[in-house]
Write a protein that binds this ligand. Structure first.
Ligand SMILES: [Mg+2]
Length: 169
């Protein structure tokens, strides 16, 4: 099994990106029966998805078709995986999350990813897409750190594919 640990803010959106789709719209699609109260409304880029960055994630998934995606983003606290999947499908990205990392007391991404890996010894290779810096030293060779202003870059895509393809083609 090959696994992509996916952060969203700073990876699929960026502080300085222009083409973002606000989270309000995501909410409306993911939870059509729930009236949106504006709790997440924002005018900043770092609150939704950028189609151009989704396309880059899609390139990774096409290059490594057996890779599965595990959500490590704080979005897992706000939205159901199914809700995010539904919204992504509307945008043309068919993605089925394999799960999400466990929540920890201090919210340390690296520790949460280590916890998930401990429970999944079948993982053959993995990459962590994370713009933040709370990644444990033992995970650093698996880490791709996008610039939070731009999100996932072309080079990040190439690095992620290379890391995922380790330990077999
Ligand atoms: Mg982030």
């Amino acid at each position: 099994m090959r696994t992509i640990f996916l952060d969203i803010d700073g990876v699929l959106n960026g502080d300085g990106t222009k083409d973002w789709i606000p989270v309000d719209e995501i909410m409306a699609v993911a939870f059509p029966d729930v009236p949106f109260v504006g709790a997440f409304g924002s005018t900043k880029g770092m609150t939704g998805f950028c189609p151009s960055l989704l396309a880059r994630l899609s390139r990774i998934l096409k290059a490594v078709p057996d890779a599965e995606v595990v959500l490590s983003s704080s979005w897992r606290k706000r939205f159901s995986l199914e809700g995010i999947e539904r919204w992504l499908a509307e945008r043309g990205l068919q993605l089925k999350f394999a799960g999400s990392t466990p929540l920890s007391f201090n919210g340390h991404r690296g520790h949460e990813i280590c916890d998930w890996l401990e429970d999944h010894p079948e993982v053959q290779s993995f990459v962590i897409l994370e713009d933040g810096s709370d990644i444990s030293p033992s995970l650093k060779s698996h880490w791709v750190q996008p610039d939070c202003r731009t999100g996932l870059s072309d080079k990040d895509v190439e690095d992620a594919i290379r890391i995922l393809r380790r330990n077999g083609s």
